[in-house]
Every structure is written in structure tokens, then in C-alpha cells.
Design a protein around this ligand. Structure first.
Ligand code: SF4
Ligand code: SF4
Length: 341
């Protein structure tokens, strides 16, 4: 396994890390096996989130006695100081540790990023926690290129996490700037939210970009850890067949795949369009039915509120048939649990 310095943090991380979201569909016993396989394969970076329900807790249990062998990262959607203080303490308790290496501001939009940095904002709590030795470093995760661009200019940002994969290359220029500014770059959604099925090829594609510090595929099985770790060690150039496979993927997904850039906003009816596609994608690809459904149910406005005005489609740079996709997503998400009733 190859290791890289995670930007300004100076932490040494394996080029493939562990994305903890899919732990929601396994149990504590399986998580222990997965953590053991991380040790066996040399994967030393673990990323989870307050928002991934049981993920932090399962990891905390599995990390008993081996926590020091890992660089541990988590994140919170808290935007105020008070909320962030509370979340950091919950993360520490869940992860059964006195110290988290990297704590990230989870996916803020531009306004939320400002709120995080304002007086009484979450950044104050993060900086205090760092001074108190509860956390080591501070980062940001984003889906919006605007937030990525802004984060590159903020001196407190030590790492940035952003989607990067065969079909989502919109961050490439900013990823290059991360390297220039010595900000650690963490590639999330290496499989494009489960849309890229050849996991090995997906990981190799990302890691051939030298500006990527670490890619964090979500994993929920020992076999996935082994496959991704092997892919990180495979430095062979792409064969013609693999190049064709990637080109075909780009073509196929390009017309139906939401990159969560949010350029389609604001929706006239108030639908959070990329969220709907995210939940439907996780339902379809990862079989995270309960998680997807509960997230969808918590949306203030559901997809069936679409008024068919078409404004979003005019703004989508990828020309996605948003209205049709929303209908399909709504039908799939509303069907969850119906069979059991
Ligand atoms: S077409 Fe539907 S989803 Fe798109 S902006 Fe109009 S109301 Fe919103
Ligand atoms: S629907 Fe289009 S504009 Fe909206 S977030 Fe997805 S890719 Fe971006």
C-alpha cells in the first residue's frame, strides 16, 4: 500500500481509505471483520459521519485496542458552535476515543459555510476542540464547485473532500489546486454513488491522478476492502479495453447521472433536486432502503410537488431530464416498505 501526506495535516494516509456510510447495512460483528481486513491490507484512513446513523458506533466498537493504528476522520452537519460542540462530543463517545484526527464540516452550501465561520459558528467549536486536544485537524466536505472554490481560499481548511470519479470530473482543476496549496484532497464517491460497477477500475482511475491524496470508497464487506486495496497497488496503465469501458460509462451515465452541483436550484416548487437523486441512487445501488426512505421522508418538499415548469432543466449543465428522473425517483422511494404493509 502506498501512503501519502494528507496536505497540511502531515498525517500519513493510505491512498485508499475506508468510507463508512455503507456500514448502515451491516452489523457490529461484520464491522469488526472489516476493520481487521483494513489492518491486514494496510488501509489506515477511516472516514465516517455523524449523519451515518450506526456507522460511528460500530466503528468505535471495532476499533477497541487498534484505534491508534488508524487516522480517524468524521464530520458533522452542525453549523453553530453549540451544535458542533455537542456533535464532537458524541463522535468521541461513539468512536470510543479521546481524539479524532480529522473533523470535517459536512457538506455546507455557501450560506452555511458563512454561518460556520461567523461569530458563534461551528468553526469556533472546532478550533476550541483542537486546542483542547479532542481533534487534530479541520476539513470541509462539499458537493458544490462553488464551495470547493471558496474552501481553497480559507486558511483554516486543511483537507477538502469532493466527489471525483470516472463520470464526475468537474472538480479536476480545483483538485490540482489542492496539491498546489498543500491541502489534502479526499476523493469521495469513487464509484459515482454506486453507479460504476467495476470498483477496481474506478479506484485505479482516481489514484492515477497525483493530486488525489486518498480515495474513500464506501465498503461493507471484507471482499470489497481486499478488492480496493489491490486496486490501489495496481499501477498498470489502462488497457484499450479498460479505456473503452470508461468511455462507455461516461456516455451511459452522462445523460442520467446527477453530479449534485446544484446549478439547477432554485426549484420553483422548493424541491431539493440533487437530494432526491442521491436518495434514489442509494436505494437502487446500495440497497440502503430504510436510510434512503427516511431521508426522503424528512425532505420539506417531495418530488411529486414538481410543477413541470422546466426551469431546472434549462439550468442543468448536463442536460438531465430532471422532471422525468424526479418522477421515477419519487415512485421508487414511495414504494419502499409498501410490500410489508
Ligand atoms: S420543473 Fe419541477 S423540479 Fe424543475 S424547477 Fe420546475 S418545479 Fe422544480
Ligand atoms: S440535476 Fe443537474 S444541475 Fe441539478 S444538481 Fe444534478 S447535475 Fe447539477
Amino acid at each position: 500500500m502506498e501512503y501519502r501526506e494528507l496536505g497540511k495535516t502531515g498525517l500519513k494516509v493510505s491512498r485508499v481509505g475506508f468510507g463508512g456510510l455503507p456500514l448502515q447495512r451491516v452489523d457490529a460483528a461484520e464491522t469488526k471483520k472489516i476493520v481487521k481486513s483494513l489492518l491486514d491490507t494496510g488501509v489506515n484512513f477511516i472516514d465516517t459521519a455523524r449523519a451515518y446513523s450506526v456507522s460511528e458506533g460500530f466503528l468505535g466498537e471495532a476499533l477497541e485496542g487498534v484505534r491508534e493504528k488508524f487516522v480517524l476522520a468524521t464530520k458533522s452537519m452542525a453549523r453553530t458552535k453549540e451544535e458542533m460542540e455537542r456533535d464532537i462530543d458524541i463522535s468521541l463517545k461513539n468512536l470510543r476515543t479521546g481524539y479524532i484526527d480529522l473533523y470535517q464540516v459536512h457538506n455546507p452550501n455557501m450560506e452555511q459555510l458563512e454561518a460556520v465561520m461567523a461569530e458563534g459558528g461551528a468553526l469556533e467549536a472546532l478550533e476550541e476542540a483542537r486546542r483542547a486536544g479532542k481533534i487534530g485537524h479541520i476539513g470541509v466536505t462539499a458537493h458544490s464547485p462553488k464551495v470547493f472554490e471558496k474552501a481553497l481560499t480559507l486558511p483554516w481548511v486543511e483537507t477538502i473532500m469532493f466527489p471525483y470519479n470516472v463520470v464526475e470530473r468537474q472538480g479536476e482543476e480545483y483538485i490540482r489546486l489542492c496539491q498546489e496549496k498543500n491541502i489534502g484532497f479526499i476523493a469521495m464517491k469513487p464509484m459515482a454513488g454506486g453507479n460504476v460497477e467495476n470498483g477496481s477500475l474506478a479506484v485505479r482511475f482516481i489514484l492515477q491522478n497525483p493530486a488525489v491524496t486518498v480515495a474513500i470508497p464506501g465498503m461493507a464487506a471484507v471482499s470489497e476492502v481486499e478488492e480496493n486495496a489491490a486496486a490501489a497497488d495496481d499501477h498498470a496503465p489502462f488497457s484499450e479495453r479498460e479505456k473503452e469501458e470508461m468511455a462507455a460509462l461516461e456516455k451511459e451515465l452522462g445523460t442520467q447521472f446527477c453530479r449534485r452541483c446544484n446549478y439547477c436550484a432554485p426549484c420553483t416548487a422548493g424541491i431539493a433536486i440533487p437530494n432526491v437523486f442521491l436518495f434514489a441512487g442509494y436505494l437502487r445501488r446500495y440497497d440502503l432502503a430504510a436510510w434512503s426512505k427516511s431521508r426522503y421522508d424528512s425532505q420539506a418538499v417531495k418530488a411529486d410537488a414538481c410543477m413541470d415548469c422546466g426551469a431546472c432543466e434549462e439550468r442543468c449543465p448536463y442536460h438531465l431530464p430532471i422532471r422525468e428522473m424526479l418522477k421515477q425517483a419519487h415512485t421508487a422511494l414511495e414504494a419502499v416498505g409498501k410490500d410489508e404493509k
